[in-house]
Design a protein around this ligand. Structure first.
Ligand code: ZN
Length: 358
């Protein structure tokens, strides 16, 4: 398949837009900084380790397919508070502290929120499940109630907010969802306190839940919260990129480039790739010195004479797409093999993606 000129132009717009992200840059020092958070599995591990305390792992993923870690409830430290409707709400200690600071900041903008619910124990969830099963049958219960052990609310780090508008409590989901402007202001402030919005619009296929503007998650890491928010990605997507678990990277053997140079190129590719929704990266490999011909270099020099490219490199990528590739030109549910990425660099600047596709 060959991309038409129009599609390439469109993709290049994406590259330009991407440069605006803090994580993606041609600047070498920034490139290295990016790598420590998103690239190799070894560096990702140390990032995760930093967010761990002796107690709980604030970056733990709990969703419909990832259960609450076994020893969680033993390690968890919580506080109890009473909300404006006199319900008892239990929250993890640090998350509550961060919530209070968020709340105070929101009040400066005349936005008033309270906590509807936060922690629910596995036992409590089981009780709800049993009640529903008895009353409505097992099928209905399984569809409506989160499986005990698989609700993020078990962590104590997931908070459901409600709004107080003109002194009145607005607690029903269908009422709350109408206040889009207020939610937008709240969501903007979340990362400053180490929170992220968990169930994004249009991400049901990833999170397993529809849009919930009130459900926020504390991750105890302002920088990561900002990265997730800026990129507009889900926690699941962030963790997948950060761990790089299944991604195979093969730098091959090169007489032209050092491994560090090739690593920097791969960071650029990963960064670009992370920009697209619904894709799963499987492997990236250096296409070899033979691909880096003078002819290719001249082609990119001609395309962008100002950049003064002196070197060129090709990488091949295998990836697959999910059922939702909206916003991209990729075919849903498809395996892409040997997808090509071309990068070029001048003497003074880092690698730049100059072409990709078949
Ligand atoms: Zn919730």
């Amino acid at each position: 398949m060959k991309y038409s000129k129009r599609i390439i132009a469109l993709l290049l717009v994406c590259v330009t837009a991407l440069a605006a992200f803090a994580g993606c840059s041609n600047n070498t020092s920034e490139t290295k900084a990016t790598e420590s958070t998103t690239a190799e599995s070894t560096t990702a591990e140390s990032t995760t380790a930093e967010s761990k305390t002796d107690g709980i792992d604030y970056m733990a993923l709990v969703n419909k397919t990832h259960a609450l870690p076994d020893d969680w409830e033993k390690k968890l430290e919580t506080i109890h508070m009473k909300n404006s409707i006199k319900d008892d709400v239990e929250v993890e200690k640090k998350a509550y502290d961060a919530y209070l600071r968020l709340k105070a900041d929101l009040e400066k903008e005349d936005i008033f929120v309270d906590l509807d619910s936060a922690r629910r124990s596995v036992a409590e969830q089981q009780r709800i499940m049993d009640e529903f099963t008895e009353e409505y049958g097992a099928d209905y219960a399984a569809k409506t109630v989160a499986k005990p052990g698989y609700s993020e609310h078990h962590t104590g780090l997931a908070l459901d907010l409600y709004l107080i508008i003109d002194g009145k409590d607005v607690t029903e989901n269908e009422d709350m969802i109408k206040y889009t402007d207020i939610w937008a202001k709240i969501h903007k402030l979340l990362p400053n306190y180490g929170f992220i919005l968990r169930y994004l619009e249009g991400s049901e296929h990833i999170t397993g839940y529809g849009y919930e503007p009130w459900h926020i998650r504390y991750i105890d890491n302002v920088e990561v919260a900002k990265e997730i928010t800026d990129k507009g990605i889900t926690f699941e997507e962030y963790l997948k990129t950060a761990s790089g678990n299944k991604v195979e990277i093969d730098y091959g053997k090169s007489k032209l480039y050092s491994k560090d140079e090739l690593k920097e190129a791969v960071v650029q590719i990963k960064c670009q790739f992370a920009f697209y929704k619904g894709l799963e990266l499987k492997s990236i490999r250096y296409a070899g010195d033979d691909a880096a011909t003078d002819k290719k270099l001249k082609q990119f020099q001609k395309k962008n004479p100002d950049a003064k490219y002196t070197k060129v490199a090709e990488f091949l990528m295998d990836f697959s797409t999910s059922s939702d590739t909206s916003g991209t030109t990729f075919t849903p549910n498809h395996d892409y093999d040997e997808y090509q990425w071309w990068l070029a660099a001048s003497k003074d600047d880092g690698w730049e993606i100059v072409d990709f596709g078949y």
